[in-house]
Design a protein around this ligand. Structure first.
Ligand code: SAM
Length: 302
């Protein structure tokens, strides 16, 4: 293995702990999301070889590191000390130390700390090297059966019902599979809010406790989703929620109740042509669909 601050002998190799020359490397190391064996050989090698591991919670990291025989010194890097800790870590990197960032689970920075450090490091010419591995969103998506060609990761939805519904309204016409993280405290309320905003026929996949003993991946229509929580076990653990994307509209498709209402309101003020054009723009739908329906409504009210 090359000296610290030197160049690795092979692409993706890990810098060792001695002879500082030039900046070190910042490694972003994915750790398991449940099953302790879901960690790559390269991740273990990296965590053993670096000078310092910056962990979201050092107590949480200890069993994982012990399980894999990793004795590297740990420092804390969490949302409450992120700016100051990042500056200290950057100093170490600039002095030639190699640093690995890990979070409590999965890929660091994905709904987890680390972004300020990566930004600062890159600005100062320090290489940021990903060591890929588990990520709950991707694991859930891969097993969901929902479309994977286009998806949007939305992280944790807001905490209040009003804010959540506002966000869901914004996303209602998105054609991509939508992925959310959620905690056991809010999962039921969030699913209820999804059901109140999205069409009741939209498919939702609830992925719970991935890679753990009680792993559950269920698909239901939104209209039926709340019933799942009648089972108290469904309210325990960690969750990924995936919603199928909005269907592509065709000229034959009907309008949703909300679109129908909007069109009727517009028709009280504007011509058929203007009302259907405005409605299509507002709801990101097809003008012909609104135009056809606007003609019908206009005829009925003549
Ligand atoms: N960095 C992590 C990743 O790469 O997935 C995510 C960290 S975020 C703070 C924690 C959230 O991820 C949980 O609240 C849950 O929504 C999701 N999550 C993490 N592990 C999970 C698991 N084993 N099963 C289902 N969801 C999980």
């Amino acid at each position: 293995m090359p000296g610290e601050g030197g160049h690795s002998s092979r692409e993706g190799g890990v810098k060792s702990k001695s002879a500082a020359r030039g900046p070190g490397i910042l490694y972003l190391v994915a750790t398991p999301i449940g099953n302790l064996d879901d960690i790559s050989l390269r991740a273990v090698e990296t965590l053993r070889a670096v000078n310092l591991i910056a962990a979201e919670d050092t107590r949480h990291a200890t069993p994982l590191l012990a399980h894999h025989g990793i004795g590297t010194p740990l420092v804390a890097l969490h949302e409450h000390n992120e700016n100051r800790a990042s500056d200290r870590l950057l100093d170490r990197l600039l002095a030639g130390a190699s640093v690995a960032v890990i979070s409590d689970a999965g890929t660091p920075l994905i709904s987890d700390p680390g972004l300020p450090l990566v930004r600062k490091a890159r600005e100062r010419g320090v290489r940021a090297v990903p060591i890929p591995g588990a990520c709950a969103a991707i694991a859930a998506l891969s097993a969901s059966g929902l479309a994977v060609d286009r998806f949007a990761f939305e992280g944790f939805p807001p905490r209040t019902t009003a804010q959540r519904r506002r966000l869901f309204e914004e996303l209602r016409h998105d054609r991509r599979t939508l992925i959310f993280y959620e905690s056991s405290h809010r999962v039921r309320a969030t699913v209820q809010d999804l059901a109140s905003v999205f069409e009741s026929t939209r498919r939702v996949v609830i992925a719970r406790e991935l890679t753990k003993v009680f792993e559950t991946i269920v698909e239901v229509r939104l209209a039926d989703a709340d019933r799942l929580f009648a089972d108290p076990n469904m309210l325990k653990g960690e969750f990924v929620l995936l919603i199928e994307g909005a269907p592509e509209r065709s000229a034959q498709d009907g309008l949703t109740p909300a679109e129908e209402h909007m069109l009727k309101v517009l028709l009280t003020e504007c011509s058929v042509k203007t009302a259907s054009s405005l409605a299509a723009k507002i709801s990101d739908g097809r003008r012909e669909t609104f135009y056809r329906r606007a003609l019908e409504i206009a005829k009925q009210t003549d």
